[in-house]
Design a protein around this ligand. Structure first.
Ligand SMILES: *Cc1c(COP(=O)(O)O)cnc(C)c1O
Length: 418
């Protein structure tokens, strides 16, 4: 078979040679990726084009929680790939029904909607909340309250609800009736949540915004105010859910139950899937045709997600996450103690942790990430003042030790270069 390019030349059978430079030549420049191009991964190990090994403490931004190329997930995906890939929404499929059963048995929810990403899960949640309030209380109850620094995705609705103005610049006109309040401030919430509010959305642990856990009092107060004002409480657990903070979902540890919960990231361990979970009462706002998506709950994605859920949602697995969290926090606190002029504190929950830059190093979290990469350790930022550390949940004590050593070497190198 011959494959022709747009000039009619035969494209060679062997794959093109591509490097980091190719990115600038062919990609829309929405990202500035590292010079390192990962080609292979196993567990927390990643190898680049040169064969150099890295210890991955990013998990693809809290996605590959069960490690790269997890063999159990790979087997499940391959078996499903030989069974059936896709059916349209005229038909349901067995994997998605099993996944919905498992998620509703594991959580407060009795209904699930599936899509392909966190943004889409939130988009569904915001649409559902607006329609629920409109049907029940009339069209004036449309206001959505969200927190400053929050992140809810990149569709026009979700960036507008998100609390970071830089992400909406240039995209006006934006969806209306959205207000932002300071996170963890109960008085501000009480003032903002008026009778025209249909929903309040919050991340139990803010991820992109700087790895900041909500206080239990804050989430309890939001629950109470929402009940008083007939507003729905939406927890965006796209980043902090699926075992990341030590319980299957963060709301379980806080003991505050939302009306709608969104999940994505680790749900598919890298196979794209998002979910919106809610109660039967709220779910029935949507009827046939109210909302939809071609791929949502596709058999491949649902098969992987069900396996992920089965592995994560056991007492032993979650106990291990909490143990690893203690080990990692101890390691990081040791680094803060030894480099107090570089790092101010460790914060976060479970294996969603942040190292906050000290005053003298404000704005330089990316320098730490770059220095760590040079030592063979992959880390993330959460804004300019926080280094975000989110290893796969299967991280071992040995890998935590190794990451601590590499991070110390990185900071030493950074100090020497300054
Ligand atoms: C990543 C993230 C999203 C967006 O998810 P996408 O899959 O990128 O659309 C939404 N909310 C939170 C809290 C996130 O961390």
């Amino acid at each position: 078979m011959t494959t022709l390019d747009k000039n009619g030349s035969n494209l060679a059978a062997k794959p093109a040679i591509v490097t980091r430079k190719t990115f600038d030549q062919v990609m829309v420049p929405t990202y500035a990726p590292s010079q390192v191009v990962p080609v292979r991964g196993s567990g927390l190990d990643v190898w680049d084009q040169e064969g150099r090994r890295y210890l991955d403490f990013t998990a693809g931004v809290a996605v590959t929680s069960l490690g790269h190329t997890n063999p159990i997930l790979a087997d499940a995906l391959c078996a499903q790939a030989r069974t059936i890939w896709h059916v349209c929404n005229l038909y349901t499929n067995e994997p998605v029904l099993r996944l919905a059963l498992a998620l509703t048995q594991a959580t407060f929810a009795d209904r699930a909607f599936f899509c392909n990403s966190g943004a889409e899960a939130n988009e569904a949640a915001f649409k559902l909340a607006r329609k629920y309030a409109s049907d029940k209380f009339g069209p004036k109850k449309s206001r959505i309250i969200s927190c400053l620094q929050s992140f809810h995705g990149r569709t026009l609705f979700t960036v507008s609800v998100g609390g970071q103005p830089k992400y909406t610049e240039g995209y006006a006109p934006l969806p209306e009736d959205i207000d932002h309040i300071p996170f963890n401030n109960i008085d501000a919430a009480r003032a903002a949540i008026t009778d025209d509010v249909c929903a309040v959305v919050v991340e139990p642990v803010q991820g992109e915004g700087g790895v900041i856990p909500a206080t239990p009092e804050y989430l309890q107060a939001l629950r109470q105010i929402c009940d008083e004002k007939n507003a729905l409480l939406i927890f965006d657990e796209v980043q902090c859910g699926m075992g990341r903070t030590g319980t299957l979902f963060s709301y379980m540890d806080y003991g505050v139950t939302p009306d709608i919960l969104t999940a994505a990231k680790a749900l598919g361990n890298g196979y794209p899937i998002g979910a919106m979970l809610t109660t039967v009462e709220i779910a029935k706002t949507f009827s046939v045709g109210s909302h939809g998506t071609t791929y949502g709950g596709n058999p491949l994605a649902a098969t992987v997600a069900l396996k992920v859920l089965e592995i994560i949602n056991t007492p032993e697995f979650l106990a291990r996450v909490n143990h690893a969290s203690e080990q990692l926090q101890k390691t990081l606190r040791g680094i803060v103690a030894d480099y107090p002029h570089v790092f101010a504190e460790v914060r976060g929950k479970g294996l969603l942790l942040g190292l906050v830059m000290a005053d003298g190093y404000k704005g330089r979290s990316k320098d730490v990430v770059n220095a760590a990469e040079a030592q063979g350790l992959m880390l993330l930022v959460a804004g300019m003042d926080v280094v975000r550390i989110v290893p796969a949940l299967i991280v071992s004590d040995r890998q935590i030790d190794e990451a601590g050593k590499l991070l110390r070497q990185a900071v030493d190198a950074l100090l020497k270069s300054a």
